[in-house]
Write a protein of this length. Structure first.
Ligand code: ADP
Ligand code: MG
Length: 610
């Protein structure tokens, strides 16, 4: 007897729903995308009980005629593509034609829709994939879809839903994403009858970001505008290096206005911060990548949150260079080195693309941007508050000193506020140089200052292919762990570029015969060990540039003068002069501040003189 049978449609739809409908936020995503594809200028999202009980999306888009409203719920029913060839250049957010079918198979759905000039609207009701009712209704031009009792017919899936607060958080996040990607659309988000987000149509991303995150968030961002037409235009905002997050949660990445989670773009972004942010610490970003439609395959993932670029490496370069240029224009890094000049020239010769425009912030803030938040304990309000606040708050990784601890009295000196006229006075705790400049009293961390100097020196030597090595009188040896051997073999050629001479003796024993200049022989073993420990799989696959930075940073750290070390006045002078000549005198290669300033003004204030 044969054993194979073709699954009934409703079973197939439920299986497809497993991929498309993960949680209420994924339903909202599909519905909002449909509204955007329908040309809506106004989208309202209403939820109850974290979207489980009700999730309703209304728009003023083009609507559907009755036949379409019924057909829309069939699997593979779409108005957006016709032929396979259409997949090569997808200009709409949807195209798979399975979202409505999937959603309707796992919930109770009511769709009401009306096209311009039609006598009556159509209402279609479907429960768990079964059509219940089709009738006339009243509705202005546009579409409203109400999804009730998600997973009512699949208890197993319902159990996987998280708390109302969590689901609401995901929904809020989703609305935020789409609102950012589409400033021209007015978004309203209502939770349990209360309006939590209402944004008027905005003229550009900056205004929309202002509406959503507020002024504080924008103030600290650097504008990105670069890339190359034909490959990838890159625009948006990134955070300054002093703003640090411990996860990628504050990175909003969009490809042709589609919100994506893309590791490649995330990595390119991190590489732009190489040498100013340590690994494991992430910048915040709102990055919009615009590519020609045929350059990107969006049909990779059922939920369409991943994309594949035809010229992956070129896109990564564009992102990295555009972000790097933004950092360079704020003097956080030096402008790109000669080998990348070609890319930069191409970038700067391109006129900004009209689709996303950035203008200076409006003199008077646009009205009503902040969502009304009541302290009454309503979970969504709290959630949203937390989310919006975390967007503008820096989170420090455990190894970094608390960012704001000294801020009230002494502030981090930034590239904009550094002065070239620094005069050392002495040392505090044999660890910090006390100095003055035109604006006040300075504290310079001697270790990180020297780290920055050495880092730049090692990188320059390596780039010029000059090594400056010192032979060890007695070669030191050390043993690799099995896991380290593979990493070691990969690292060896890079280490040699810096002047290391390392020899694998028998088995896993390594002899250190020469080390880069400035690195005390006694530190070589520690440094190599640490490096081998920290270079994990992700970093191994990172760009060679990043790898080289990692080595230079590690070398600099081990070769730099330590804290608790007395310095002669000449040595302090030398440190300061050299520091000022580096690419980034205000941040060390690991992203820490180098100089703190107590301003004369604050001193005067402290003594009640002003
Ligand atoms: P897809 O978006 O991939 O085409 P869906 O299942 O999401 O598939 O939607 C099926 C079709 O229903 C769409 O192609 C579109 O024609 C129509 N549709 C869905 N939502 C709306 C809406 N809000 N306004 C107008 N038409 C819509
Ligand atoms: Mg769709």
């Amino acid at each position: 007897m044969s054993k194979i049978r073709v699954l009934a449609d409703h079973v197939a739809n439920q299986i497809a729903a497993g991929e498309v409908v993960e949680r209420p936020a994924s339903v909202a995503k599909e519905l909002v995308e449909n509204s955007i594809d329908a040309g809506a200028t106004r989208i309202t999202i209403e939820i109850e009980a974290g979207g489980r009980r009700l999730l309703k999306v209304s728009d003023d888009g083009e609507g559907m005629v009755r036949d379409d409203a019924i057909l829309a719920f069939e699997r593979h029913a779409t108005s957006k593509i016709r032929e396979t060839d259409d997949l090569d250049a997808i200009g709409t957010l949807g195209f798979r034609g399975e979202a409505l079918a999937s959603i309707a198979s796992v919930a109770k759905v009511e769709l009401t829709t009306c096209i311009e000039g039609a006598g009556a609207a159509t209402r279609v009701a479907i429960d768990g994939g079964r059509m219940r009712d089709v009738k006339d209704a009243a509705h202005p031009r546009g579409t409203t879809i109400a999804v009730r009792d998600l997973f009512f017919n699949i208890p197993a899936r319902r159990k996987f839903l998280r708390s109302e607060a969590t689901e609401t958080y995901h929904l809020t996040n989703l609305v935020t994403h789409y609102a950012l990607a589409h400033p021209e659309i007015a978004f309203t988000f209502v939770n349990n009858g209360r309006e939590v987000v209402r944004t008027a149509p905005a003229k550009d991303l900056r205004e929309r970001a202002y509406q959503i995150f507020g002024e504080e968030f924008l103030k600290n961002l650097l504008e990105v505008d670069g890339g190359e037409t034909g490959v990838a235009r890159v625009s948006g905002f990134v955070s300054a290096p002093r703003d640090r997050r411990t996860s990628r949660d504050s990175q909003y990445l969009f490809v042709n206005r589609r919100f994506v989670r893309d590791r490649m773009i995330g990595r390119a972004l991190s590489e732009a911060y190489r040498s100013i942010l340590p690994y494991g610490v992430y910048p915040a970003a709102l990055l919009f990548i615009e590519t020609p439609l045929e350059e990107v395959d969006v049909n990779v993932h059922p939920a369409k949150t991943e994309v594949r670029f035809r010229r992956q490496a070129a896109v990564a370069d564009a992102v990295r260079e555009a972000v790097r240029a933004a950092l360079a224009s704020a003097s956080y890094v030096s402008p790109p080195e000669p080998p990348t000049m070609i890319a930069t020239a191409a970038v700067s010769s391109i006129a900004p693309q009209p689709r996303i425009e950035f203008v200076p912030p409006p003199p008077a803030p646009p009205p009503v941007p902040r969502p009304p938040v009541e302290p009454s304990g309503d979970e969504i309000a709290r959630d949203l508050e937390i989310m919006l606040r975390s967007a503008s708050r820096s989170v420090q990784s455990a190894s970094l000193p608390p960012l704001n601890s000294a801020e009230k009295i002494a502030r981090e000196v930034t590239p904009e506020t550094i002065s070239t006229n620094i005069r050392p006075l002495g040392q505090l705790d044999e660890s910090f140089i006390i100095a003055t400049d035109d604006q006040g009293l300075l504290l310079i961390d001697q270790h990180v200052a020297h780290e920055r100097i050495l880092f730049d020196k090692y990188r320059a030597l390596e780039a010029e292919r000059r090594t400056d090595a010192q032979q060890m009188l007695v070669p030191e040896t050390f043993d690799l762990t099995p896991a380290q051997t593979a990493v070691f073999d990969d690292l060896l050629p890079e280490l040699e570029k810096y002047g290391f001479e390392l020899m694998r003796l028998s088995g896993r024993t390594v002899a250190i015969r020469a080390v880069p200049a400035d690195l005390p022989g006694s530190e070589a073993r520690n440094m190599l060990f640490e490096l081998l420990e920290t270079v994990d799989a992700e970093k191994k696959s990172a760009a060679p540039e990043t790898m080289r930075d990692e080595i230079a940073a590690s070398l600099a750290c081990h070769a730099a003068i330590k804290v608790n070390m007395p310095l002669a006045p000449e040595k302090m002078r030398w440190l300061i002069d050299r520091l000022l000549q580096t690419s980034s005198p205000t941040t060390c290669p690991h992203g820490r501040p180098v100089i703190l300033r107590l301003s004369t003004r604050d001193i005067l204030k402290g003594f009640h003189r002003i």
